[in-house]
Design a protein around this ligand. Sequence first.
Ligand code: NCD
Length: 515
Amino acid sequence: MAAATSKFQGKNWVDVGSVTESELRYFLRLATAMKEALRERRIERYRLAEARDLFAALLFYEPSTRTRFSFEIAAIRLGLKTVGFSGTEATSVKKGESLLDTVDMFDAYDMDAVILRHPLDGAAKAIAEHFTRPGRPLCCFNGGDGMNEHPTQGLLDLFTIGECCGRLHELEIGIAVDAKYGRTTHSFPVLLSLFPGNRFHVFTHPDLRMPRSVIAHLKERNVEVVEHFESGAELRAMLPKLDFLYMTRLQRERFEDDAEYYRARDMYLFTLDMMEGTKPSFGVGHPLPDNKENPAIHPSVKRHPKFWPKRQAGNGVPTRLTEMALSLGLLGADFDGQLHEPAPVDPVFYRERNPRGQKERAEALDIRPIASGTVVDHVEGNPYVIEKIARLLKLSARGNTYRMGVVEARKRPGTRKGVLMIADRFLDEDELRLIATIAPGATVNDIRDQRVARKRDLALPALIEGLQEMTCTNHRCITRPEYHEHVPPKAIRVGSGNAVKCYYCNNLMESHELF
Ligand code: NCD
């Protein structure tokens, strides 16, 4: 029976940052009921799309067994029809078609849901951003994007941890092997951080540590992350304290060089004897697949009652069925909690200061003041930043007369700052926004008749997009020009300093690194 209206209708499950605590609690409750309905073959409780003629497109650009088939089985059980591909060999991707163009076709064919697995970081967010269809939305599901996220795996992981441990708060969770490239380890911890008192212990080779962006996200929610790099002995010592241990596969296909792989290969192997002394409700999980040559869990563990990976994978069907039913408006009518709302973007990035018509003065003898034009002052930090600004404003190319230098700040002796004076040129909003991004804290003065006519203190913009030559520093980001995917880069401010993160791939950067 289809629900009348659902607040979840059109929800994209592409990143874990956009799931709220009440959405998650509600989802887990529905997924539990869905699992029971499936077990009892109560068709009327799960075949919710019967006679609705809804379609799901499964677009798998990378190998997959579990994500691909659990989504497809869930879709069929829900009553959807499925189309799609596993591997791009027989598709026009081989002829050089971009991701957005391929998805555009499934949009033209009136699909209702797209489930995407793609090798580039941020791919799923890019399609969710691009395909906003008013009325009947195209719901996007991220089945794993590069080394970035795997949110629907995160949801089934949480569901499994809840089943195993009997709760989702005050847990000591171990994560082992590959927290760098293993995208599943970037998703479930962020979801689990919505519940109180959880702590993570990450056991990896130092080359494979959890990305700074994930740790920052967890710390923002006051969740402690303890990193261990020494040896497998640390994991053994910690086992009796753990509630759940999440093993992963070394993601060899994503390593930049194979040396990384060989260094990390032999560090962790979960063996049967390691179960001894663990808590009664302890479980060892794995998103699977494990690698048969270098397993993370020894095959002899598979029959142990605390071995969870098979049950974990099985949970992919009820959880993904629930996610699709919610997004397609087939469930969720009685939800009265807090839905995720994107934070409003503060458009202000500078503050006008009364110039009091003061006379323009030189900071140092070797920089003569200008009579008319722009003075960019108080450019802090790296001395290259001022050169970067001069280059991006195309001062030479435009034949501007300018002077620049790094001088001692008069008000703070011993500290240096960059100064740039451009004769007879005044900057527009986009140029100001560019400087605010590269050098937050700088001051821009308009000089007319040797007097400061206007003075603006710049601050880092909350949203950075549409600026020329801007690139994400993550070489695997969907926005990188070398992939020709034509997804313009976009970054958002995080915290109160100069840090920004890529809207698509979550890569953390200092704002000036965007250029
Ligand atoms: C994982 C993936 O593809 O991210 N598998 C999965 O989806 N269950 C983990 C892996 O490939 O090792």
